[in-house]
Design a protein around this ligand. Structure first.
Ligand code: DX5
Ligand code: ZN
Length: 224
């Protein structure tokens, strides 16, 4: 069953401890999603290693760190913490994807590759067997609160088919514009990790919103 990765990008950064506590009260939340932006690969700046380290020390949940930065191989070691499960880099952000995926593994962390909406899944053909995680961007990266791009569903299905055909076990993540109306379609297409940010953070009651995801993903009552 798919699980949520809760993106803190649109949380109140002065009250992140509250967001972390909220996440831990809901069984559908499996990870905290950390969006790192450099103002170069994407037109926005968010936070870097010090914030990721502070979050790691303040939660029991594993972190998936999404690097929206140019040439991320230069920075990956700064994001290794006791809670970092995945470090995900963009296929489009580097010349040496294979080298960086191996570098992440050499640091004892699972790796991942992210695909912008215009990037085909076949661009990962020759590294698929090295990957722990493929992240499908369902918005153009840079900002929370954007509208879901429907062609992402077909991309998830293609990746799920490639995984089956090649007998691989990487997880598929969907990131951007996910809400109660499209989450089951994403899970049904084959997404294992469903990244949700503003739909929870901007809800009238984030607590009730996450309870609804617990139900939708079959996690209510600790069933997972
Ligand atoms: C976008 C980020 C996403 C974003 C998701 O660049 O990678 O993780 O925080 O937020 P929502 O759910 O608001 O689209
Ligand atoms: Zn993200």
């Amino acid at each position: 069953m798919a699980k949520l990765s809760l993106s803190i990008l649109t949380a109140d950064f002065a009250n992140l401890a509250e967001t972390l506590a909220l996440a831990q009260r809901h069984p559908s939340v499996g990870w905290i999603h950390m969006d790192v932006m450099d103002g170069d690969f994407v037109p926005n700046i968010s936070f870097g290693p010090p914030v990721v380290k502070s979050i790691a020390a303040a939660t029991d949940l594993p972190l998936d760190v999404h690097l929206m930065v140019s040439d991320p191989g230069r920075y990956v070691d700064g994001f290794v913490t006791e809670r970092t499960e995945y470090i995900v880099v963009h296929q489009e952000a580097m010349t040496h994807l294979d080298r960086t995926l191996r570098l992440v593994h050499s640091l004892g962390v699972k790796n991942g590759a992210a695909l912008n909406p215009a990037t085909p899944p076949e661009s990962l053909d020759y590294v698929l067997d090295e990957l722990d995680h493929v992240l499908v961007m369902s918005v153009n990266p840079g900002f929370g609160g954007q509208k879901f791009i429907p062609s992402s569903i077909g991309k998830i299905k293609s990746l799920a088919q490639m995984r089956t055909d090649r007998g691989l076990d990487f997880l598929i993540a969907i990131d951007g514009g996910v809400n109660k109306d499209n989450i089951l379609e994403a899970a049904g297409a084959g997404a294992d990790i469903i990244i949700v940010g503003s739909a929870v953070m901007n809800a009238a009651s984030p607590e009730d919103e996450l309870a609804a995801y617990d139900e939708l993903l079959g996690a209510a009552g600790g069933a997972l």
